[in-house]
Design a protein around this ligand. Structure first.
Ligand code: SAH
Length: 327
């Protein structure tokens, strides 16, 4: 018997070590180069608002293929070369196979297993579809109170332990499930503490509701299809919705300012997704131009990735609301 978070951590470590996750799912930076370019420019403008500290760490958590950072650096060097000169790229990545992919895209980065390895000092951190991969716990409401879900031989079992770890679940009804992503909470609290102490900002993009809600959001993608999350650990990508409201609370308690979450579509549109895409499309052959415009729509339209995905920023409290978050 294994607690769900332990199962999920083990399954995902095996999955990311042995699979090309991008055969199973497509993330925003793989959809359009404009995504990474806009986030790079967001970091550059935020860096200027923070007083242009040098040196500064540009950190990405869970960089996947390295596409986002490669696109970001290209836009930064063209548009804000002083930021390009001041920054050092740090990747937080546990998969050796993906580190190799990232090295091919961004040769002069430093790699770390966690935030601890990133040197002290001001930082700009980006995490796209990182927190959804971190392990969660689930609790189910029974007639006798809350019980925690464990995994045994490919099925959920419920303990009869009093799961006192769940806070104030008053309104829940029997059978309701609540989730808690302790790893994501700990990561965000550490980021927020560092930003509050040393300066800078973090930008988190991921999917999940703006308000915490009960429900089982654990999902598995195997060979590009939704699959049983408990079957064949390591063969599927396991994710869960990110609980933005809890993360915002953790960041605020750590002394940082929190902006958003707002829908990804709104955030990207405010950063100029469509203008930049149009400008780029005008320089391309018709088929490629049409593909770029389709890609921008996919990122921003509510029925695609524009609404379920959210953007949230965590900043030093003295900074103004960052680009895209100001009303
Ligand atoms: N941000 C990328 C990839 C998202 S996939 C994109 O948008 O395309 C999730 C990434 O997080 C992968 O790079 C995976 O190896 C990494 N990852 C998953 N769990 C991790 C952990 N506990 N610590 C560090 N990296 C992790």
């Amino acid at each position: 018997m294994e607690r769900l978070d332990a199962f999920m951590a083990r399954a995902n470590a095996a999955y990311y070590a042995t699979h090309d996750p991008f055969a199973d799912f497509t993330t925003a930076p793989e959809i359009s180069q404009v995504f990474g370019e806009l986030l790079g420019l967001w970091a550059a403008v935020t860096w200027q608002a923070a007083g242009s500290p040098a040196p500064v760490a540009l950190v990405e958590a869970g960089p996947g293929r390295g596409t986002l950072m490669a696109d970001a650096l290209r836009a930064i060097r063209r548009t804000v070369p002083a930021f390009g000169a001041a920054l050092r790229v740090h990747f937080i990545e546990t998969s050796a196979a993906l580190r190799e992919r990232q090295r091919a895209m961004v040769a002069d980065a430093a790699w770390h297993d966690g935030l601890d390895g990133v040197p002290e000092g001001p930082l700009l951190l980006i995490a796209n579809e990182f927190l959804d991969a971190l392990p969660i716990r689930q609790f189910v409401r029974t007639g006798q109170g809350w019980a925690e879900r464990y995994v045994r031989e490919g099925a959920f079992v419920v303990t009869d332990h009093e799961a006192s770890a769940v806070g104030a679940p008053g309104a829940a009804g029997e059978g309701d499930i609540v989730e808690r992503g302790e790893a994501a909470l700990a990561f965000v609290a550490t980021v927020a503490r560092r930003v509050a102490e040393a300066g800078g900002a973090a930008l988190i993009l991921d999917y999940g509701p703006a308000e915490s809600a009960p429900g089982d959001s654990l999902q598995a993608l195997r060979d590009g299809q939704f699959a049983d999350p408990l079957a064949e650990p390591g063969s599927a990508d396991l994710t869960a919705h990110v609980d933005f409201a809890s993360l915002a609370g953790a960041a605020a308690r750590a002394g940082a300012a929190v902006h958003g979450p707002i829908p990804q579509g709104m955030f990207l549109a405010r950063l100029g997704l469509f203008q930049r895409t149009d400008r780029l499309a005008r320089t391309q052959k018709p088929a490629r131009a049409a593909a770029l415009i389709d890609a921008a729509r996919r990122l921003a339209e509510p029925a695609a990735m524009g609404r379920l995905f959210k953007a949230m920023a965590i900043t030093h409290p003295a900074l103004p609301a960052p680009e895209g978050f100001a009303a």
